[in-house]
Every structure is written in C-alpha cells, then in structure tokens.
Design a protein. Structure first.
Length: 132
C-alpha cells in the first residue's frame, strides 16, 4: 500500500490503481459483532488492510464543526485459509488500522472483522477494506 523512502511513507500509485481496477475493496457499516468477507488475493505478497472510524456517532442537532462522540470501537481482523482453518490476524488495541502481509499463493481467503468488545456489538461502525 505504501512505498517507504527516506522514512517517509508515500502511496504506491500502481498498487492503489490495481486495487481500484480489480475491485479489491469494500466499505460500509455494520451493527453486529462480526462481518465476514471472501477475498481473492492476486499478488505474490498479499496484503489485506482494514481501517475504520473509531468514533462512530455524532450528536444530533449539530451546527458548524462536528465533534464525534463515544463509543470508541476497536476492530480485530482474522484471516482464514480456503479450507476454513485459522491463518493469521491483526489485533491492535490502540489503532484504527489493521494490516496483514504474507507470502502465499493466489487463493481465496475468508476475512472476519470482529468488534473487540462484545458489549459494543450493536454499535454501528464504518469501515474500509482493501486487498491485493
């Protein structure tokens, strides 16, 4: 997703174009504990990235500047092999981004996005997912 040059991250334009051209992205919202995707990775070094809005509600009747309010939502991302067995995960508690990179063949994986706190299952969260 990024090229690192002299400690500066810049977007890899070719990779970004390939993600868009191949439809390797999804976005939306969910108000359940978990959301599942089936993704086909078509790169030598597959990457799967998830990002979301940690503050997911805005007070009603707002004017001017919008201040998002709690609840803070944390998501974890779990990757499963085509046969259904667990493969890898990203579970950062202090970030609104989860990423995995791995060496593998061109296969279809199941991606499970799960709220870290089951008590927040009914809270709506807005997300974006991309893969190569």
């Amino acid at each position: 997703f990024f090229i690192i040059k002299s400690k500066i991250r810049i977007i890899n334009a070719r990779l970004a174009y390939a993600i868009l051209a191949n439809g390797h992205y999804a976005s939306g919202s969910f108000s359940t504990l978990e959301k599942t995707f089936s993704v086909t990775c078509a790169a030598t070094i597959p990457r799967i990235a998830l990002t979301w809005a940690r503050l997911n509600s805005v007070p009603s009747g707002h004017l001017g500047n919008v201040t998002a309010t709690a609840p803070y939502v944390n998501l974890n991302m779990f990757i499963y092999r085509p046969n259904g067995s667990y493969f890898t995960s990203s579970e950062l508690a202090t970030s609104s981004v989860e990423m995995v990179y791995f060496n593998n063949t061109f296969e279809t994986y199941t991606v499970r996005i799960r709220k870290a706190d089951a008590a927040q299952a009914s809270n709506t969260v807005w997300y974006s997912l991309a893969w190569t």
